[in-house]
Design a protein around this ligand. Structure first.
Ligand SMILES: [Zn+2]
Ligand SMILES: [Zn+2]
Length: 310
């Protein structure tokens, strides 16, 4: 397995930081919160915002994807930002990684003083390092002027590849390379929490191996696209000539999401990363009906800030 760890700043952490940072604020009950649920980087309204979810298990928070708006959505959900501990990026489209550096920064600005581990496909080191480097003047100033700790020493970026991403106590995170051309390093992520299993599809076209990866999962959080609405979406993006081809080759139509859920035998299917994400004609009933052609288990149509107790 290929794995590299990149330590920002001079004071490298000698050993893995504890799962739950000492003195971190209480983050509340076990839950899955769908923070941002639209596919793609376009911002046309406050909600839905680009991809981000929060998983809380035994007092430890895991943020999955850090699209634009993740900081605000975490705050709005009642999450105490200084408790930020782990972030996982499924791939380097910006609707999944735009706040890789600004989320830790924003947490630091309101009191973060404990380590943050950011996991992502290769390139995550540069993404975080350069993002913080861009704020060198501000960070240096606030350290001397306000007595804050060095943020660059708190944030550790880890590049992961397919296989085990992280293991800490009973929590194991594993990655499956999915199919999201032209991006090669794009992954589904499985959180085995010791009692519950949550799988995130990441961005992918119909990808049957995902069903095995998500076998028996308590929750399969799967991206979804609505075929008949894609033409209209393409017309709204006049500077992206081949966007329709990309959408069809790189995302999963709702009926195929149902096929994956059925083959996986997941206990509950959760839809997120809607493409289109802001078409008012696409009601919850329409999304559900398309999935229902293949899957007859429980389906939750995601919306920003929807919290699911675990
Ligand atoms: Zn995306
Ligand atoms: Zn993507």
């Amino acid at each position: 397995m290929h794995r590299r760890q990149f330590l920002l700043g001079a004071a490298a952490l000698a050993s893995p930081a504890p799962l739950l940072a000492q003195g971190a604020p209480n983050v509340g009950a076990n839950r899955l919160v769908l923070l941002g649920n639209k596919g793609g980087p376009s911002i046309r309204a406050y909600a839905p915002s680009p991809s981000c979810s929060l998983l809380v298990w035994n007092g430890v928070p895991y943020v999955i994807d850090v699209g634009y708006g993740v900081t605000f959505k975490l705050v709005e959900s009642g999450f105490p930002l200084p408790a930020l501990r782990y972030a996982f990026i499924t791939h380097h489209h910006s609707d999944h990684n735009l706040e890789a550096a600004s989320l830790p920064y924003n947490a630091w600005a309101v009191g973060l003083k404990t380590p943050v581990d950011v996991y992502g496909p290769k390139g995550v080191e540069a993404l975080v390092e350069r993002g913080l480097a861009a704020q060198k003047f501000d960070i240096d100033t606030r350290m001397t002027d306000e007595g804050r700790p060095d943020l660059r020493k708190l944030v550790v970026a880890h590049a992961y590849d397919e296989g085990e991403v992280m293991r800490n106590g009973e929590v194991v995170v594993t990655a499956l390379r999915n199919k999201h051309p032209p991006i090669v390093d794009s992954f589904a992520l499985k959180f085995s929490l010791g009692g519950k299993t949550i799988v995130f599809s990441g961005d992918t076209t119909y990808f049957p191996p995902l069903a095995d990866f998500a076998k028996g999962a308590d929750y399969l959080v799967h991206e979804v696209a609505y075929g008949p609405a894609l033409e209209a979406l393409a017309q709204r993006n006049p500077n992206a000539a081949t966007i329709l081809d990309h959408l069809k080759a790189s995302h999963t139509m709702a009926e195929d999401v149902g096929r994956i859920a059925k083959a996986a035998g997941c206990k509950t299917l959760v839809l997120n990363h809607f493409v289109p994400g802001d078409d008012k004609n696409l009601t919850d009933e329409k999304w559900t009906a398309a999935v229902r052609t293949q899957f007859d288990g429980p389906v939750i149509v995601g919306r920003d800030l929807l919290s699911i107790a675990l």
